[in-house]
Each structure stands twice: as structure tokens, then as C-alpha cells.
Design a binder for this molecule. Structure first.
Ligand code: AMP
Length: 116
């Protein structure tokens, strides 16, 4: 049976995405429904359903994911003005795609982070 995960399909090239950055471990692409002038998603190629699924052994890959997130933000030109990073986790966190991903939002002032 084929992998039902949407972001695994993007990693496999089975679904198109507007790629920004790729290496052996991570992939970054533009969000299909941007919430800000810049809205990118950075994902590990390895499938974790959510942040709740990571373990101590995953620290190197998580560190790489976050460091490459900063790299992508610089590539997108929002590093100097600033940006927001976000990981939604499970139902109360508003997670819709169950493959861990870091949102990068920027290109305009986003205001203070407050829970709606
Ligand atoms: P989350 O609510 O944190 O799970 O966010 C999932 C994000 O994935 C949303 O911002 C969606 O707009 C985005 N998304 C869903 N499908 C695609 C796709 N095919 N390509 C790019 N982004 C997508």
C-alpha cells in the first residue's frame, strides 16, 4: 500500500510543491495557503507524525531541522526583519497534516503571539 502521508508524498515527488531548499535530511517548500507574504514549511524527510513522536535519539535531526529553518528564513529574505516559527501539535495545537513541520511566517509585522 502506498504511503498515505501528504508530506511523504511531496518528499517522494508524487505531489508537486514549490521547493525552496532540499538536502538529504530536510525539505522546505512554500505553503499552499500562505498566511503571510512569506509562509514556508520545513519538514524532515523522515516521517514523524508530530513533535510528540520524537525521541532523544532524534536530537541531531531536530537540530538540523531548526538550523536549516533559520537558513531558509535567510534565503527568503526575512531574517533581518524577523519572522515567526511555529510547530502545531495534535488536535488542540491545530495540526492538520500529521508529518511534523515547522512553519516560517514573515514579510509583515505579525504582532504579539496570543492564543485565539
Ligand atoms: P498544520 O495545521 O500545522 O498541520 O499546517 C499544515 C499546513 O500545510 C497548512 O498551512 C496548509 O496550508 C499546508 N499544506 C497542505 N497541503 C499542502 C500542499 N500540498 N503543499 C503545501 N502546503 C500544504
Amino acid at each position: 500500500m502506498s504511503n498515505p502521508c501528504l508530506f511523504c508524498k511531496i518528499v517522494a515527488g508524487e505531489i508537486p510543491a514549490k521547493k525552496i531548499y532540499e538536502d538529504e535530511q530536510v525539505l522546505a517548500f512554500h505553503d499552499i495557503h500562505p498566511q503571510a507574504p512569506v509562509h514556508a514549511l520545513i519538514i524532515p524527510k523522515h516521517h514523524w507524525a508530530s513533535l510528540d513522536d520524537v525521541a532523544p535519539r532524534d536530537r541531531p535531526l531536530l537540530g538540523h531541522l531548526l538550523e536549516r529553518t533559520a537558513h531558509v528564513a535567510r534565503e527568503l529574505g526575512v531574517a533581518d526583519t524577523g519572522y515567526r516559527t511555529l510547530i502545531n501539535t495534535k488536535a488542540h495545537g491545530g495540526q492538520e497534516v500529521f508529518h511534523i513541520h515547522v512553519h516560517v511566517l514573515g514579510g509583515r509585522p505579525l504582532g504579539r503571539m496570543v492564543a485565539p
